[in-house]
Design a binder for this molecule. Structure first.
Ligand SMILES: [Zn+2]
Length: 434
């Protein structure tokens, strides 16, 4: 199947699309790590002019030709993996417990809360993992997972545009069209009315290091490693995230168990988000990925807000921290551009070694003679003409631009070279709308 051009979104879908598109881009940014700057750099490009038809005929794969100005045509693929039929059946069954989501799906609409893995039996609709393949940048030459090249970045934006107009495209990419989900929900409704034994489930090895096995949160005795009861969102997330992909369900199947009584109460969305974040970080450690540790409360909160699960909590977190939401959003931008050190640099000016600042100022005026005379130093910051760089705790200079209202907005391009970072700030300043 090749996807058809998007139809105009139904009025009730306006709002879901932009939300899902941003969540999708956030997930890409989180997956590509330091290459997220490439995603930012291509944000303003005319993506649909550079991309051909988006081909999603293979579940979990988006294939498309990408032609960038002055470069040969590339065939680029974004691989996100698809949920299995069984997992989609679980999603359909879980939707029955959420009347608003159920109402939306039954009337052929997506609901924003479908992106909460706690509402979809722990199977995330938003892809947790990405890999990339590009004929112009063969993966063999660039390591496992492929290289997040400019083609892949442009394609990610083109897909985000599609999701913005047709959020259900994200479901299709993950292996189930909205129509099929609707059918699955209908059949789950029918079978939910008849008593039946619990299906056999994949069980994590409770003795394996780092496996998070939820404790029963009600008086119901459950075997260690058995699936949590429906409705127990945090437990379901922990359970799901303790599974390694590819673990064969059949291999670990448990004997059928009696039907469990009514579900235990669901935890609050905030607590579920914290539990899911902790589990995601634990999973990253188990996969030998680098995670940021030793962050202070503000930086850790901002780090969480920069994830797809944390993003909806920005207002609530701002209130808890006693800071204006706009300031918190600015720190999230700083995190995306510069990591924890970017947040600290954006939060406040700090003291800095005067010799380092003087050397940095000399490097900037050598590279940009027009900055000479207008360059001012304050603490760890050097500013001229609405552009600024601040020395961060990571030894890099973080670029900022002056914005309306007298604050400094973080921009991409942190560098150990002050002149490089200053050039990034100047470029951002010159291209910003006045
Ligand atoms: Zn490429």
């Amino acid at each position: 199947m090749t996807t058809t051009p998007p139809a105009p979104a139904a009025p009730s879908q306006v709002g879901v699309g932009p939300l899902w598109a941003e969540a999708f881009l956030d997930a890409v940014a989180a997956a590509v790590g330091s290459h997220r700057t490439r995603l930012e750099a291509t944000r303003g490009m005319p993506h649909t002019a550079y991309t051909g038809q988006l081909d999603t005929s293979r579940p979990g794969h988006l294939l498309c030709s990408v032609t960038l100005p002055g470069a040969p045509k590339a065939r680029t693929t974004i691989v996100v993996g698809a949920l299995t039929e069984t997992q989609w059946d679980d999603v359909a069954a879980a939707v029955l417990g959420h009347p608003e989501i159920l109402g939306a799906v039954q009337t052929g609409r997506v609901h924003p809360d479908l992106l909460e893995a706690g509402n979809t039996a722990g199977h995330p609709v938003l892809p947790p993992d990405f890999s990339f393949d590009c004929t112009a940048h063969p993966a063999a030459a660039t390591g496992p997972g492929g290289f997040f090249c400019q083609h892949a970045a442009v394609l990610a934006h083109a897909l985000a545009s599609r999701i913005r107009q047709q959020p259900a495209a994200l479901l299709a990419l993950r292996g189930c069209s909205l129509g099929r989900l609707q059918a699955k929900v209908s059949s789950a409704r029918l079978s939910a009315t008849a008593p039946r034994p619990c299906p056999a489930v994949a069980a994590p090895d409770p003795t394996a290091a780092g496996n998070l096995v939820p404790r029963p949160s009600s008086g119901i005795a459950r075997k260690p490693g058995a699936a949590p009861p429906p409705g127990s969102t945090a437990a379901a997330l922990l359970f799901q995230q303790s599974q390694e992909p590819g673990q064969a369900a059949e291999e670990l199947a448990l004997p059928a168990m009696p039907v469990l009584p009514s579900p235990v109460p669901a935890v609050s969305p905030g607590l579920a988000a914290i539990v899911a974040d902790g589990a995601a970080r634990a999973r990253a450690v188990l996969r030998s990925r680098t995670i940021e540790v030793g962050l202070n409360a503000l930086t850790d909160a901002v780090r969480h807000l920069a994830t797809p699960r944390g993003a909806p909590l920005a207002e609530a977190v701002a209130e808890r921290l006693g800071r204006p939401p706009a300031e918190i959003r600015r720190l999230v931008v700083a995190y995306r551009h510069g990591g924890p050190a970017g947040v600290q640099a954006a939060d406040a000016l700090t003291k800095a070694d005067p010799a380092s600042v003087a050397a940095a100022a000399a490097a900037i005026t050598a590279a940009q003679p027009t900055a000479r005379g207008s360059l001012t130093a304050e603490g760890n910051a050097l500013s001229a003409g609405g552009a600024q760089v601040r020395l961060g705790s990571d030894g890099r200079w973080h670029p900022f631009v002056a914005v309306h209202g007298g604050s400094w907005q973080p921009v991409a391009g942190a560098s150990t070279e002050s002149a490089t970072a200053f050039r990034a700030a100047r470029t951002a300043r010159l291209s910003a709308p006045r």
